[in-house]
Structures are given as structure tokens and as C-alpha cells.
Design a protein around this ligand. Structure first.
Ligand code: XMP
Length: 517
């Protein structure tokens, strides 16, 4: 039986899908190791990976379009099981004698799948169930070598199987949550068709990552920006395990942090790692650069620049730095097609610290860039980080500046910090912190009339924002109990000087974003 990652693996061939990483994550969830590779990988290269199976991702192209990404058709004949999704299925069927045609209207959304062959990869899948479609073309006709396994109203060949090869095609996306039983199909493919036994764990990922960081870094020094959030903490923990004393961490206190945040980070950090920690006091510099600035993008730009200045000057005081480690996660990777070693080389990176690596000329280490937030959290627990740190809600790089609408100044930040601390205290008291994804306060540059005691007030309004989300790319506003909201509101108005009105934000993302600026 397999015991290590190298024994069993799945390769995802990336045709430029938004979902390639999501497929990889779904495979990992089934405890099977998975790697994303280029779509044009050769059969010889595939052999050298010795995979148990291949998954062909979807992609935005039509198989007949000029320059559409193709794979070597020889891969279908290798005897290695193949699951081809959406564009991958069209490519599969077209390569093996079928026909692909564009549908009159692009099909995007939920569809009802009717299963024709309920065994094989459809074992345990309901006879009729919802699936997610996202395609312009679809397979119109297959060669006699294929049989149909399932259909929808508009797609008679929604799932197919080759009669003699272990090769399957799905027109819908089993990897997205809108296909609620998609994991049943993936599991059947991985366990029954590919013979995987589910021996891979996230700790294997950590071990491999630690080994590869150690090898890459050698005797050099790495700096790591710390924010106190889970991502940078997990990166620091991985690096600490990999290279111990060759790691220096830098925390920039920009004055835009939550109440007591810098002290909490220093305390937590020094409790868990005995590494070199530099705290840069940048409060005055950040406030100075934000003076008079009200435009949100300009605020972000200035914060980014000032962050670079602070980080740069501090890193100059550390000898022998060759690498910069960042906690970039997969959702931070704004893909214009795929992973960097995938077909689309035009990928753009969202750096939490905006352009920092290029400015500093360091080599970048991003150990979490293939992972989603919940995987990072699980990894944090595996690495021994405390639960309360691992489960902290995310906090944006530009900090309270994007929650203090309009011009940022210390008196407003103080009001916001106090109100923010109250909402967090109250959600904790209600036992709902872990059930919400992100909760915070936003200070509006709007004043309204109120009455306190017998006196008229003319103070600011504050908004409470609370969302639930899996990936922070889309989010629903949280239906917090009225009593909890009531308690937050009463406490804020009574305890925070300068607020006389509290509102609750009931917008989802999209069309709103999570942050207000
Ligand atoms: P939006 O407002 O884009 O936020 O819906 C999605 C998630 O990203 C966080 N966020 C940021 N995180 N640097 C960060 O590190 C940033 O510039 C930034 N802007 C937004 C936000 O808090 C939410 O979790």
C-alpha cells in the first residue's frame, strides 16, 4: 500500500481554466496527491511522473479556435485513466473521432443531470441531480467507441465513457460547489478507476515544502513580512521549521492595525518562534502620507509605497538576505488563464505588499500559493500554531485605512479601533466568531443627528460588516441574530465617543465587495 506522496499522484493538465486549482484542491480533499502541469505535456513526461490518473481541466477556448491549447492525443492511449472536464472533454472526444459544436446560447449556470448509467463513476450519485455548466461549445457526436453516461435537457452527452479505455468526459464541472455531488464522481474516479487509496495528507505537503525550502535557501537568509494574520504566520512557521535561525521577520506597525494588534503579534510570535523579529514603527510616516487623501485607490497606492519604504530600510539592516517569503494564497493569484507554469503566461499576481519583491530585488518564496484559506488553516494547526491565531478573520494589508472612509486621521482611527474591538468581543461572546468569515466595523464620513441624555448630538455613523464565504471571491452577508447586533450597537453608541448611529451592511459580494474601499 502506498504511504507517501510519490507513490500515488494525479496530474491535472491545465488548459487555462479558472478552476484548475479548484480541481487540485478537490483531489487533495480526497487525500490524493495532485500536481498541475502544462496541457502540452508529452506522454514521456507523463510517464516520468508515474501518475495514477490524469484530469483535463476546462478552458475558455473552442477546440476549433486558432491557437487553442491542445494535448498530445497519445495520452488517451497510454492506459492511464483520464477524466476530461468541459473543454477537456471536447478535446478528448474530438481527438477520438467525435464532433464538437457551439451551442446556440452559451450555457452558464445550474442544470439538471439525468444519469443513464448509474454504475462506474456515477455509483452513489443521485439519478437526477444539479450540476454546474459553463460552456459555449459542447460535444455533439461521439465515435462508436464512446457511450453516454448522463444527459441534461440541452446537452445529450453531458457525461461519456470510452468503451475500452479508462477514459471519461464530463461537460459539467464536478469541482465547483454548485455541483453538490461532484465529489462523488471525483472520488469514484480516483479510488475506483485510478486505484488510489487516499494516503496523502496535508502534513506531507508541509514536509515536502519544508524540504524544498531548505534545499532552495541553502545557507542564505530569508525575510518574511508578518501581519499577524494566519497566512504570514503559517509561512513563518514553515520557514522556521525549514531554516530556523536564517529567518528574519519584519512587522511594520503602520498605525492602521486593530486595537493592540502590534503587541498581540509580538507576544504571539515570540511565544511560538525564537526567531529574529524586527518591529518597524511607521505610524507617523503612514499618517503623514495619507494626509488629505480621500480617493480609495490613491490611499492604497500610498500605503503600498510607504510599506515598501519601511520594509526596504529595515531589510537593509539585515545581512545576507537573498529571499523574501510571502503568504500569497491561491485566491490572491488573479489568473488571466492559469497557473504560472500553465498555458497562460500572462498571470498577474496580487502581492499583499504591492510590488515589493521587484523593488527589493529578492527572490520570492510563496509556499502557500497553491492553497486555499481553509487548507492554510489546517496546515497552521498541523504546524502547531494556536487555534485562536489560525482561526482569526482575515485583515487587509491596507488595514483600517480602507475602513475609515475618506481622509484617514488618528482621531477617526481611534474611534474605529474601539468600535471594531467591540464588534469582535460581542461576536466572540455570542460564540459565533468561528461561524463567520469576516466581521469588522467601517467608519462613515457621514454625520447625523441624535439625542443622548437631553442633548442633541451630531456624530458619525458606523457600519457593521459581517460576511460568510468559502473563498472570499464571493460572499454572503451574515444573518447575525438581532440580539447580537443590538448588543453591538448599544455598546458602540454608549462606549465609543463620536458615534451616534450604527447600521448593518446587508450587501453580498458581488455586486458589493467585502471591504468598503
Ligand atoms: P474585497 O473587498 O476585495 O476583499 O471583497 C476580499 C478579501 O480580501 C481582503 N483584502 C485585502 N487583503 N490586501 C490584503 O491582504 C489588500 O489590499 C486587500 N484588500 C481586500 C478583504 O479583507 C477580504 O478578506
Amino acid at each position: 500500500m502506498a504511504t507517501s506522496t510519490s507513490d500515488q499522484r494525479i496530474l491535472v493538465l491545465d488548459f487555462g481554466s479558472q478552476y484548475a486549482q479548484l480541481i487540485a484542491r478537490r483531489v487533495r480533499e480526497q487525500n490524493v496527491y495532485c500536481e498541475i502541469v502544462r496541457h502540452d505535456i508529452t506522454p514521456e513526461q507523463i510517464k516520468s511522473h508515474n501518475p495514477n490518473g490524469l484530469i483535463l481541466s476546462g478552458g475558455p477556448n473552442s477546440v476549433y479556435a486558432d491557437g487553442a491549447p491542445k494535448c498530445d492525443p497519445g495520452i488517451f492511449e497510454m492506459g492511464i485513466p483520464v477524466l476530461a472536464i468541459c473543454y477537456g472533454m471536447q478535446l478528448l472526444c474530438e481527438s477520438l473521432g467525435g464532433k464538437v459544436e457551439s451551442t446556440p446560447t452559451r450555457e452558464y449556470g445550474r442544470a439538471t443531470l439525468k444519469v443513464i448509467e448509474s454504475d462506474d463513476i456515477f455509483e452513489g450519485f443521485p439519478a437526477e441531480d444539479q450540476v454546474w455548466m459553463s460552456h459555449g461549445d459542447q460535444v455533439h457526436q461521439v465515435s462508436d467507441d464512446f457511450i453516454g453516461l448522463a444527459k441534461t435537457e440541452t446537452c445529450p452527452l453531458a457525461a461519456v465513457r470510452h468503451k475500452s479505455l479508462p477514459v471519461y468526459g464530463l461537460q459539467f464541472h464536478p469541482e465547483v460547489t454548485h455541483t453538490p455531488n461532484g465529489s462523488v464522481l471525483l472520488r469514484n474516479f480516483l479510488y475506483k478507476t485510478c486505484g488510489c487509496t487516499g494516503t496523502w495528507k496535508l502534513t506531507d505537503f508541509a514536509d515536502e515544502m519544508i524540504a524544498s525550502i531548505r534545499e532552495r535557501v541553502g545557507d542564505d537568509r530569508v525575510i518574511c513580512g508578518l501581519s499577524g494574520g494566519v497566512d504570514s504566520s503559517v509561512v513563518a512557521a514553515l520557514l522556521y521549521k525549514a531554516i530556523g535561525p536564517q529567518l528574519s521577520c519584519i512587522l511594520v506597525d503602520n498605525g492602521l492595525l486593530r486595537k493592540n494588534e502590534a503587541d498581540i503579534v509580538v507576544e504571539q510570535f515570540t511565544n511560538h518562534f525564537k526567531t529574529d523579529l524586527h518591529v518597524v514603527d511607521g505610524k507617523d510616516r503612514f499618517l503623514e502620507t495619507l494626509k488629505g487623501i480621500t480617493e480609495p485607490q490613491e490611499k492604497r497606492r500610498r500605503i503600498g509605497h510607504m510599506f515598501i519604504d519601511c520594509f526596504k530600510s529595515e531589510s537593509e539592516s539585515i545581512d545576507g538576505v537573498k529571499f523574501l517569503a510571502q503568504g500569497t494564497l491561491y485566491p490572491d493569484v488573479i489568473e488571466s488563464g492559469a497557473a504560472p507554469d500553465g498555458p497562460a503566461a500572462t498571470i498577474k499576481l496580487h502581492h499583499n505588499v504591492g510590488g515589493l519583491p521587484e523593488e527589493l530585488g529578492f527572490e520570492l518564496i510563496e509556499p502557500l500559493r497553491d492553497l486555499f484559506k481553509d487548507e492554510v488553516r489546517r496546515l497552521g494547526i498541523e504546524l502547531g500554531l494556536p487555534e485562536h491565531l489560525v482561526w482569526r478573520h482575515p485583515f487587509p494589508g491596507p488595514g483600517l485605512a480602507v475602513r475609515c472612509l475618506g481622509e484617514v486621521a488618528e482621531p477617526k482611527l481611534k474611534v474605529l479601533r474601539e468600535a471594531d474591538a467591540i464588534v469582535i468581543e460581542e461576536i466572540m461572546a455570542a460564540g459565533l466568531y468561528r461561524e463567520t468569515s469576516q466581521l469588522f466595523a467601517v467608519l462613515l464620513p457621514v454625520q447625523s443627528v441624535g439625542v443622548m441624555g437631553d442633548a442633541r448630538t451630531y456624530d458619525n455613523a458606523l457600519v457593521i460588516r459581517c460576511v460568510n464565504t468559502d473563498d472570499f471571491m464571493t460572499a454572503d452577508w451574515t444573518h447575525l441574530p438581532y440580539e447580537v447586533l443590538g448588543k453591538m450597537s448599544t455598546r458602540i453608541i454608549n462606549e465609543v465617543n463620536g458615534i451616534n448611529r450604527v447600521c448593518y451592511d446587508i450587501s453580498s459580494k458581488p455586486p458589493a465587495t467585502i471591504e468598503w474601499e
